[in-house]
Design a protein. Structure first.
Length: 635
């Protein structure tokens, strides 16, 4: 008689999450079950070292499908589970990864993080309406059957099993057109192979499944002969675990192309092993071409993370700084071992350590390349240089000293790209600054009036062609104690005392109105002022010290998380009819001041070539004023 048992409360909650999961990467259930199988074989093997009686042979993991019954079966000849273990390991969230997961997940919206945890056995319920586990422990005479539909209860019953090990039968859920879920996929040979390749390729034990072979060799017959055989579908030995000398370049490039969907060979790669407190192997690639979406928000940077041959995360963003987002590859560390998915906090610390080492390695490699293979470096720089510049600018220049030697510039006196070192080595004797100018090309910069004197002197000028260049120069501020100087620098402020007095007076008179506008605009602006620089336009935006509007525009085009904004001041032209209209409004119809303010602010944004902040609201306000204007005509 099958015994019915209740799941522990915590487990019920987790099961509930799994079953109602809207998580799109349900496919990871296979990774989890294969990892468990592999762990079980590990345990059997390990224990057999001191107890030969439990040793097995031909350790393997078998995946079988039955299209008619819609079942997927995963069988291992690992250590197996006793009755008690079935109860305590599958019925309770004990110390296993699922517990961590449960603690970190608060509601269904958090489900995107599932993939980052070892969610374990229960993930089977994301794809199954019923899970049946047949298991016999190496330490038990009897076999047991555990079964559950993932609701309140599970059953346990004795059953006949000859060999130790575990067989897990998943009765797949019904397809749902509404949710666009097709569970039949997991019954397809290609899908099983794909998932094993993707997540479990480097599991140390053979993963087998029935494979269809097409033999075209029979000459007269156009139809191939079809045979079926059980084949190993994982490669078992990770390429990166081989010693460098044993890896052929061809093999490496094939791996790269296959793994990272590139049809070209990489520009260069970096394979290294780090031994120490935290040992890891990394295999990194820089693609010849930047991915088309590298600079979009959609782009996900990150390295694949393996531990013990199991891929834990596909894009581990913690492993790469933003400015190296173009690097592809993987990290494998057995020291993270099972902890990686089990203990997030520890994982953070260890990942950070690895990330620091990896960053250093990449920069070292680039420095070496700059010295030894300038042609390759130039090729690299032409594609990815802008990222390095961004790296200097990012994080308040924290990385500037590591990166400044790697930056190349076009200059007015050189045909080739040069480094800052090369620039300063050829300073003329009376030259005190590193000069720079923004412009599209040499001709344009040379035509600037400010260049006349500099050309006479023969000074070389760095050409700033990328948006980020000026930000970077600002952050660098000096190179080897030599300051940067823009050739456009100089106080262009034309002081006009009469105008100033006039504006100040008006400013005093319309104080109330200006404050009203300021209040209406809230934290969008830092101040509202009457302008001393406008002639024909009604309003403009200017920035205070620090980030300029130009810079903000550039920043808006960058995939950065915390956008820096310019501190904006709205300037109103006191000699424009609009100013009079505002005064009038303030006197007679204050209720509209907020609408006017918002429209003016957004107009000023548009004039600066920036985006209207809330187009719908903007349009609604405009329409409101149009209707009012029309009503006035009717009256
Ligand atoms: P974790 O693998 O993190 O321990 P799981 O939820 O994946 O968490 O598995 C829970 C437990 O169930 C495992 O620790 C193991 O004791 C047991 N288990 C799961 N699958 C197997 C299996 N194929 N063979 C033996 N034991 C298993
Ligand atoms: Mg597990």
């Amino acid at each position: 008689m099958a015994k019915k048992r209740q799941f522990q409360t915590e487990s019920k909650r987790l099961l509930d999450l799994m079953i109602n999961s809207i998580y799109t990467h349900k496919e990871i259930f296979l990774r989890e079950l294969i990892s468990n199988a592999s762990d079980a074989i590990d345990k059997r093997h390990y224990n057999s070292l001191t107890d030969a009686s439990i040793a097995g042979d031909d350790y393997n993991i078998l995946i079988e499908k039955d299209e008619d019954l819609r079942t997927l079966t995963i069988t291992d000849n690992g250590i197996g589970l006793t009755e008690d273990e079935l109860i305590s390991n599958l019925g309770i969230i004990a110390k296993s990864g699922t517990k961590e997961f449960k603690e970190n997940i608060k509601d269904l919206n958090d489900l995107e993080i599932i993939g980052q945890f070892g969610v374990g056995f229960y993930s089977a319920f994301m794809v199954s309406k019923k899970v049946t586990v047949y298991s016999k422990s190496v330490y038990s005479e009897k076999g047991y059957k555990w079964e559950s539909t993932g609701t309140e209860t599970y059953t346990i019953d004795e059953c006949d099993i000859t060999n130790p090990g575990t067989k897990i039968v998943l009765s797949l859920r019904d397809n749902s057109e509404e949710l666009e879920e097709d569970f039949d996929e997991y019954l397809k040979e290609y899908k099983i192979k794909e998932l094993v390749k993707k997540y479990s390729d480097y599991i140390r034990y053979p993963i087998k499944t029935e494979t269809t072979n097409y033999n075209y060799s029979n000459e007269d017959n156009e139809e191939p002969t079809v045979t079926k055989s059980i084949e190993i579908i994982n490669s078992m030995i990770p390429l990166w675990k081989k010693s460098k000398n044993d890896i052929e370049e061809k093999e490496l490039f094939e791996f790269y192309q296959h793994q990272f969907n590139d049809f070209q060979d990489p520009l260069f790669h970096l394979h290294s092993k780090v031994e120490g407190n935290l040992s890891f192997t990394s295999l990194l690639f820089v693609p010849k071409k930047a991915p088309y979406d590298l600079y979009t928000e959609k782009f996900e940077k990150g390295l694949m993370l393996y531990t013990n041959g199991v891929m834990i995360m596909e894009k581990t963003k913690e492993l790469l700084p933003d400015y190296l987002r173009f690097v592809k590859g993987l990290v494998d560390s057995n020291d993270l071992s099972l902890n990686i998915s089990r203990e997030m906090l520890q994982q953070d610390k260890q990942l950070k350590k690895i990330a620091v080492t990896i960053e250093k390695k990449i920069l070292n490699e680039l420095e070496k390349m700059l010295k030894r293979d300038r042609e390759l470096y130039n090729e690299f720089y032409n594609v990815y240089g802008v990222n390095l510049k961004y790296g200097i600018y990012d994080n308040f220049g924290a990385k500037k000293d590591d990166l400044k030697e790697l930056i190349l510039f076009k200059t007015t006196n050189n045909d080739d790209l040069i480094t800052l070192k090369e620039y300063t080595e050829s300073l003329l004797t009376d030259q005190k600054y590193i000069y720079y100018a923004s412009g599209k090309n040499k001709a344009q910069i040379n035509a600037l009036p400010q260049m006349d004197l500099i050309k006479d002197k023969g000074y070389n000028v760095l050409m700033l062609t990328d948006d980020v260049d000026e930000f970077m120069i600002n952050v660098l501020s000096k190179y080897n104690e030599i300051e940067f100087k823009s050739i456009n620098q100089g106080d262009l402020d034309l002081k006009d005392e009469e105008l100033e007095e006039q504006v100040n007076e008006k400013q005093e008179v319309s104080k109330g109105m200006l404050e009203g506008i300021k209040e209406a605009l809230g934290d969008k602006i830092t101040d509202v002022k009457l302008s001393k620089r406008l002639k024909d336009s009604p309003v403009c935006l200017v920035s205070t010290e620090g980030v300029s509007l130009e810079m903000e525009k550039v920043l808006n085009n960058m995939p950065i998380e915390n956008q820096t904004k310019a501190q904006k001041v709205l300037e109103i032209n006191p000699n424009h009819d609009l100013f009079k209209a505002l005064e009038n409004l303030y006197e007679n119809d204050k209720s509209l001041l907020a609408d006017y303010s918002d429209l003016l602010y957004n107009q000023a944004l548009m004039i600066e070539g920036m985006q209207v902040e809330n187009p719908v609201e903007f349009s609604n306000r405009m329409v409101k004023l149009m209707i009012i204007a029309n009503k006035k005509n009717e009256d």
